[in-house]
Design a binder for this molecule. Structure first.
Ligand code: ADP
Length: 301
């Protein structure tokens, strides 16, 4: 196969591993910086150019699109889809998963376990908002945050009210969420490919911290997940329409709850924690599934 790998940096662990795995299986991989792709959107012959040349003959595209380039990155992915190139993850599904509110509403509609969550933009009655989601302690999240930045634990109603007030003062919408204290500062990353969880790791926050992000000093280790956690992760991936994703789950008193579904999950921590060759599994998935033009929307979404 000829595979386009959309990545801004070929030296990133995940990018390097995907190149290695694809080449080991005899595929031809081209790494493309998505921001350098330019496109002709004429309907009868959609095309993409890169450094003065037209991109042709690709069988599959692996979009690894960072949060900061979602808008342009999904446009380039959609263009590949219009050209009939099979995407590992479809552009509509990537856009869907990048919108936290939309994602949670979709997951909730399918009955997938979520922490009790409220959204607000500029409510007149913050005390009522807090009461609506069950009171303090509460986790308050900025919509645009990544790597745990913009996630605050407010232990009392007073603290919650003043944190929410200051976010509104900055004109940002927030997500107000039940604090799952019983998770003990740990979450579970389930790596889904197709309809299977192929690897799972536990991330444990460092002492005195509730956020388990590796960037916040968390550590990763292998974990055995329950059948309920497995099916929750697979259903979450299916709801988002993602073939490959990382589903982050907390173990709550009321069963597994999904925090987030990540459409460009990193390979480094999961491969190191589980000793599994996830890159190889992604490439073999493409070998089995990549058919020309075989997407739900063909770029129409
Ligand atoms: P980001 O997308 O910035 O990583 P998350 O929503 O994933 O933000 O939150 C970061 C971390 O904070 C999570 O990995 C988890 O450990 C912890 N966390 C988030 N929400 C909750 C919650 N409702 N209850 C308990 N811990 C939480």
């Amino acid at each position: 196969m000829k595979i386009a790998l959309l990545s801004r940096n070929r030296n990133l662990y995940s990018t390097r591993r995907l190149i290695e795995a694809a080449e080991a299986r005899g595929h031809d991989v081209k790494v493309l910086d998505v921001l350098r792709c330019y496109m002709n959107i004429t309907s009868h012959r959609p095309s993409i150019h890169y450094k003065g040349e037209e991109l042709t003959g690709f069988d599959a595209v692996i979009p690894r699109i960072g949060a900061s380039v979602t808008f342009y990155g999904t446009a380039v992915s959609r263009q590949f889809e219009m050209m009939g190139v099979f995407p590992l993850n479809e552009s509509v599904a990537i856009s869907r998963s990048r919108d936290k509110l939309r994602s949670m509403q979709l997951l909730s509609r399918r009955g997938i376990g979520l922490p009790v969550t409220g959204f607000a933009n500029k409510p007149d009655d913050i005390a009522d908002l807090i009461k609506m989601v069950g009171g303090a302690p509460l986790v308050i999240k900025l919509l645009q945050g990544t790597q745990g930045i913009g996630v605050v634990l407010a232990e009392t109603p007073k603290a919650a009210e003043s944190v929410i007030q200051s976010f509104f003062g900055l004109n940002v919408s927030v997500l107000v969420q039940e604090y799952i204290g019983e998770a003990g500062g740990a979450d579970i990353r389930c790596f889904v490919i197709g309809d299977k969880v192929v690897a799972a790791m536990k991330r444990q926050a460092k002492e005195g911290e509730f956020r388990s992000n590796i960037h916040r000093g968390g550590t990763a280790s292998l974990i055995r997940i329950t059948p309920e956690e497995r099916s929750t992760a697979v259903r979450a991936a299916k709801t988002m329409g993602l073939n490959v994703c990382g589903v982050d789950i907390l173990r709550s008193n009321h069963g597994p709850v999904v925090m987030e579904v990540n459409s460009s999950p990193g390979l480094e921590s999961i491969e190191l924690a589980t000793n599994k060759d996830v890159a190889h599994m992604i490439i073999t998935f493409l070998e089995q599934k990549a058919r020309k033009g075989d997407t739900k929307t063909r770029g129409r979404g």
